[in-house]
Ligand binder design. Structure first.
Ligand SMILES: [Zn+2]
Length: 220
C-alpha cells in the first residue's frame, strides 16, 4: 500500500511542468535594471522551487546563420542573446525573443536552463523570494578561437560570495599553446565563439539538462 502510494507520488512529480505563455507578460518576474549587468529579471512574488518560470524563445537558427548574423559585431561586446540548444541549433533571443533573455548569469544560481525536445526552459532550482534577481549559470564554453581578452569580456560581477569571476567554463583558461597569430583570426570569428565547446558540452549531456551557453546583448 505504502509503496503504491509512493509510486503514485513519483508519477505525479513527473508530470510536465507548463511554462507560461512566452509572449505574454511573465507572471513570475519583471524586468528592470540590474546591478549585475544591464537589465535583469526580478521575482514579482515568491517562486517555489521547481517552477517552470519561462521558455527561452527567439529566432531558431543554425550555427552558420548566427555566425553570419553577428559577423561584424565587436568582439568586446558580450551582449548577445544567443542560446545554444544543440549542435545544430541556436536560439537568438535578440530576434523575436521574450523577457527570458534578460535573465543574467549568476554564480549562485537560483534557476537553471533545461533543454527538452529542442525547447529551452528556465526553471527555479530554489525557492526564490519576491524581489530577488533570477540568475543561472551560463557556463559559456571556452574555445580555442577565443580572443585573448575573453576573460575580460566574460568577467562576472554577480557579487555572489562564491563568484568564480567569470561566466566561462571551465573558469580557468587552459594553458595556452604558443599561437599569437591565431588570436587575430579568432577576433574575426568572434561570433562563433559562443560555443562550439558549449555545444559539445550540451551534446554530452543531451537528454539530460543541457547546460546553456547564452551570450547576451543588451537591448539598445
Ligand atoms: Zn559571478
Amino acid at each position: 500500500m505504502a509503496t503504491q502510494r509512493k509510486k503514485a507520488a513519483k508519477k505525479a512529480k513527473k508530470e510536465p511542468r507548463l511554462a507560461p505563455d512566452p509572449y505574454k507578460l511573465n507572471p513570475w518576474f519583471l524586468v528592470r535594471n540590474s546591478k549585475v549587468h544591464g537589465k535583469g529579471c526580478f521575482a514579482r512574488k515568491d517562486i517555489p522551487k521547481g517552477t517552470r518560470i519561462s521558455e527561452y524563445v527567439g529566432d531558431r537558427i543554425t550555427w552558420a546563420e548566427s555566425d553570419k548574423r553577428y559577423e561584424g559585431y565587436d568582439v568586446n561586446d558580450n551582449h548577445t542573446f544567443l542560446f545554444i540548444v544543440d549542435r545544430k541549433t541556436v536560439i537568438d533571443g535578440g530576434v523575436g525573443g521574450n523577457d527570458a533573455r534578460y535573465i543574467n548569469h549568476s554564480c549562485a544560481e537560483n534557476c537553471e536552463s533545461t533543454v527538452e525536445k529542442g525547447r529551452v526552459y528556465i526553471d527555479a532550482i530554489k525557492d526564490i523570494k519576491k524581489g530577488e534577481e533570477l540568475g543561472y549559470d551560463y557556463q559559456i564554453g571556452r574555445d580555442k578561437n577565443d580572443p585573448p581578452n575573453v576573460d575580460e569580456i566574460y568577467a562576472c560581477r554577480c557579487g555572489a560570495p562564491k563568484c568564480r569571476g567569470t561566466m566561462l567554463w571551465p573558469a580557468k583558461r587552459p594553458k595556452p599553446k604558443k599561437k599569437k597569430k591565431v588570436a587575430k583570426k579568432a577576433a574575426k570569428k568572434a561570433g562563433k565563439k559562443a560555443g562550439k565547446k558549449a555545444a559539445k558540452k550540451a551534446g554530452k549531456k543531451a537528454g539530460k539538462k543541457a547546460k546553456k551557453a547564452a551570450k547576451k546583448r543588451s537591448a539598445r
